[in-house]
Design a protein around this ligand. Structure first.
Ligand code: GYE
Length: 321
């Protein structure tokens, strides 16, 4: 019996050594493994373009991608990030559902020697806790919209704010801009609610209910294109005119190609670009880090804005997402 037990233990030891060796070999095959903690698989057209951009760029660069989705659950994202650290990915890219609550993950990645890169949404981390950031400046995006609205010289400005996921840096920045802009310019925010998951249907229902309540408004400030479309559907159903020649001005964010068609058609008055094509930027950053090159720590992506008064078909045709 004793002989059998010792044989089983010996076999277990051999198998465990082989398994470790296989993992080491996996890391030694030269492939860079990038762990990506993404927000949601089907959140918005912007998110779809963002996920596609990373998957395509990483594959073209020969990286192995391990992408996971938080699906609206911040705690799940934290656990997923910790799991990727345990799996010893070479790089950890975080697109946070929430901007706060990432310190423990960042410290664990640092201890494991895994560079942490923020993409899309800035996280509340001190500079010693992340390697680089490739994000959008969401407050600056919102200020562009505020400056445009101010230039409309409207007698009264009654704004409906359709916010994104509460606590995401995208929502926090865009909402801060319009709230401060309204206070500074004496505008009225008559409705201000964040839609879970940036959901188009929720936005449509919110505006439908608002119209039914009799609340007057003449500006829709929707923090992404999908929610702007939901608001327009609600206004269509109520016979409210909007856009370039309508009673209600529509401001949207993301600048998906389909939304720019709506700007060109005069349905949206303004669309502020938020560029999702982070794949190539992240590949370039990782390749520089692999070579030991110094990289710019904080990069805000260059972004435009599109006005129904000036947009052209050529501009829309040239867009890639
Ligand atoms: O505006 C929205 C997406 O983080 C900037 O998330 C991104 C936002 C974008 O779902 O459409």
């Amino acid at each position: 019996m004793k002989k059998l037990v010792s044989m089983v233990l010996a076999l277990m030891l051999v198998f465990s050594l082989v398994a470790c060796d296989a993992k080491d070999k996996a890391k030694d095959d030269g492939k860079i493994t990038v762990g990506v903690v993404q927000t949601n698989a089907n959140e918005s057209d912007w998110r779809t373009a963002n996920t596609k951009s990373m998957n395509e760029a990483f594959a073209a660069a020969g990286f192995e991608t391990k992408m996971v989705f938080g699906e609206g659950d911040h705690a799940k994202q934290i656990a997923q990030a910790q799991q990727l650290i345990q799996e010893e990915v070479d790089y950890l890219v975080i697109l946070g559902l929430q901007s706060a609550g990432w310190e423990d993950v960042a410290k664990a990645a640092k201890e494991a020697g895994i560079p942490l890169i923020m993409a899309d949404r800035e996280l509340e981390l001190s500079e010693d806790l992340y390697t680089a950031m490739v994000c959008s400046d969401f407050e600056a995006e919102g200020v562009k919209a505020v400056d445009w609205l101010k230039a409309q010289n409207m007698d009264t400005v009654d704004i409906v704010v359709l916010g994104g996921d509460t606590g995401s840096s995208a929502q926090l920045g865009r909402s801060k801009a319009i709230e401060e802009g309204a206070a500074t310019n004496g505008w009225n925010i008559v409705f201000n609610q964040n839609m879970k998951g940036w959901d188009e249907t929720l936005a449509k229902q919110a505006v439908t209910d608002l119209i039914a309540s009799g609340k007057e408004f003449n500006v829709i400030y929707a923090e992404n294109d999908n929610m702007a479309r939901g608001a327009c559907d609600a206004m269509d159903a109520a016979g409210i005119t909007y856009g370039k020649d309508g009673d209600v001005k529509v401001i949207a964010f993301d600048a998906n190609k389909w939304a720019l068609e709506k700007v060109l058609a005069g349905e949206f008055n303004l669309d502020i670009e938020c560029n999702p094509l982070h794949g190539p930027r992240l590949v370039s950053l990782i390749q520089s880090l692999e070579k030991g090159e110094k990289v710019e720590k904080n990069v805000y992506v260059e972004e435009e804005m599109f006005d129904a008064e000036t947009i052209t078909q050529a501009i829309v045709d040239a867009r890639s997402y």
